[in-house]
Design a protein around this ligand. Structure first.
Ligand code: F6P
Length: 535
């Protein structure tokens, strides 16, 4: 009889009890085959899982869970384009966007739309598509939020050069300062407004679009039609804004917003980095798709990564997960991953609507490595709660001394998290500095670092379009596998709706000078805002 999820979880708990008190350092010393089994390769990236506080028997038990939840079938279903988003009755075919997976119909559909977008981006780059004043466009104002912003913004920041023929400004927030900042120094005559909204009804994007249209109208004598382009699954709504069909690019309801960066949603990025570079990004992601669809579970990097995440969350109740890229070009990566992971996994019920037996996705935070070391790493090393860390680094690129200093820091942090510093070691250090015994004893306990803190080290040869594509696809797949392990739907986000509805209601009341039905605290807040506004 096949093992059930509950039996597999029980087996993992039993193994965790047997391993209690043992650390990864201990496993590294005693388990001969640990490195062989914990070092994985996928799409040109190396994944080192050996520093997790999971014994090889623990990994075997976790693989038992993967088998019990039918991970191979789940991955195959995703690849085929089956309906995996059950609450909304949709497939999740982000793999098809980049030519990956097995859904030939959607792959062809994606390719055709992508080619249109790449052609149009090429015309912007060469200046063949001109503005209403017959000038080449120098800037694109990319308006979108959430998945319609974070992915393209990250890829643009990572891959564009200051010499790009077209510069992109991103606008997501409705803060009036955001609009000011995004349009500062721009000339409407040479600015293309690119509206990105799958639903074409997101309030922030609608308001920013209206303001951008007024800004264009105020700055342009002729029509603004040539200045408006949209990416959406609602072409009718884009048409209603006066955007012509040849400048509307389609995304489909079988693509989740946070998984859409591979599509025409990134048209602005295509204009900045060019066709070849964008195609390399897709090729990298496709390589990761192939790895994900083909590798056996024990050698499948996204699967093993998800199993480690499940272990920290479900077995040890570790709430947080830090992601630390040692790459300036990936400084926006934690922001992108926050949406991908927390919007996908921040759930409390199973696909069947039952309360979850174990906590769902972790709180994701992070930042660029060197800056993080001088900010939140103190908590990682000495805070009471253990926080698993993903460290991302690249072996080559740029000036050698800087590269090696960066790498030394990345590797040293993983090592320090693992080995820590004992009280005896602290005392010896202080004695070597000439401190007397009494003072040293008083200080040593503050210097103790428990060690045994788990990390995954992800190493690439060089950060380029291809390795970036592979890295982002890796995290998409890890998120999906974790959702399967948890038994939740990774592709809906009902939790974001209520706040949206209440904001719309409040805005209507505000404009009408009314205060509707609200709790006492909310009413007091509204009164205080009005007081500050002099109303
Ligand atoms: O925050 C909710 C959300 O629906 C995200 O999932 C999505 O990425 C974002 O809003 C933007 O949605 P749209 O592309 O429809 O404007």
């Amino acid at each position: 009889m096949a093992t059930t999820r509950e039996q597999a979880v029980e087996a993992i708990r039993a193994q965790a009890e047997r391993d209690a008190g043992r650390s990864a350092l201990d496993f590294l010393t005693t388990e001969e085959r640990r490195l062989e089994q914990c070092l994985l390769e996928g799409a040109g990236l190396t994944f080192d899982f050996s520093k997790h506080d999971i014994s090889l028997d623990g990994f075997a038990a976790l693989l038992g869970l993967a088998a019990a939840v039918g991970i191979e079938n789940a991955i195959a279903a995703l690849g085929r384009g089956d309906i995996v988003n059950l609450t909304e009755g949709r497939a999740a075919q982000h793999m098809a966007l980049r030519g990956g997976g097995k859904d030939e119909v959607r792959k062809a559909q994606s390719k055709a739309e992508l080619d249109r977008a790449l052609d149009f981006a090429g015309e912007l780059r060469s200046g063949t598509f001109t503005s209403s004043t017959n000038e080449a466009f120098t800037h694109i104002l990319h308006i979108g939020i959430g998945g319609s912003d974070l992915g393209p913004r990250l890829v643009h920041d990572a891959l564009s050069s200051p010499h790009a023929p077209v510069d992109v400004r991103f606008l997501s927030s409705v803060d009036p300062d955001a609009f000011e900042r995004a349009t500062s120094g721009l000339d409407p005559a040479t600015t293309l407004v690119f509206i990105v909204s799958k639903s074409f009804s997101t309030p922030e994007t609608s308001l920013n679009t209206r303001t951008a249209i007024s800004w264009l109208e105020a700055g342009l004598e002729g029509g603004i039609g040539r200045h408006l382009v949209a990416a959406t699954s609602r072409p009718d709504a884009a048409r209603a804004l006066g955007i012509s069909d040849d400048r509307i690019f389609e995304v489909w309801d079988w693509v989740g917003g946070r998984y859409s960066l591979w599509s025409c949603v990134s048209l602005s990025v295509m204009a900045a980095i060019g066709r070849e570079e964008f195609e390399r990004l897709l090729a990298g992601a496709r390589r990761m798709d192939e790895h994900f669809l083909q590798a056996r579970t024990s050698a499948n990097a996204p699967v093993v990564a998800a199993l480690t995440a499940w272990w920290h969350r479900a077995i040890h109740g570790r709430q947080s997960w830090a992601v630390v890229p040692y790459a300036t070009h990936l400084r926006l990566f934690p922001g992108w991953l926050k949406q991908l992971s927390m919007e996908s996994l921040g759930k409390s019920v199973t696909i069947g609507g039952e309360p979850l037996a174990v906590p769902a996705g972790p709180v994701v935070f992070g930042g660029e490595g060197p800056d993080g070391q001088h900010a939140f790493f103190q908590l990682l090393h000495q805070g009471r709660e253990a926080i698993p860390v993903d460290i991302i680094a690249f072996a080559c690129g740029g000036e050698r001394r800087h590269r090696n200093a960066l790498l030394a820091n990345a590797v040293a942090q993983a090592e320090a998290l693992l080995s820590g510093r004992s009280e005896a070691a602290a005392l010896a250090e202080l004695a070597a500095k000439g401190m007397d015994d009494e003072q040293a004893r008083a200080l040593a306990s503050h210097m103790v670092m428990p060690g045994g803190r788990s990390s995954t080290f992800i190493l690439g040869q060089e950060l380029d379009a291809e390795s970036l594509g592979a890295l982002l696809a890796f995290y998409e797949h890890q998120t999906f596998v974790l959702s399967v392990l948890l038994g939740i739907n990774a592709f809906d986000q009902f939790g974001v709706e209520l706040g949206k509805q209440l904001a719309e209601k409040l805005e209507r009341e505000w404009m009408a000078g009314e205060v509707g039905q609200h709790d006492a605290s909310t009413k007091a807040l509204i009164r205080q805002i009005r007081h500050y506004q002099g109303g």
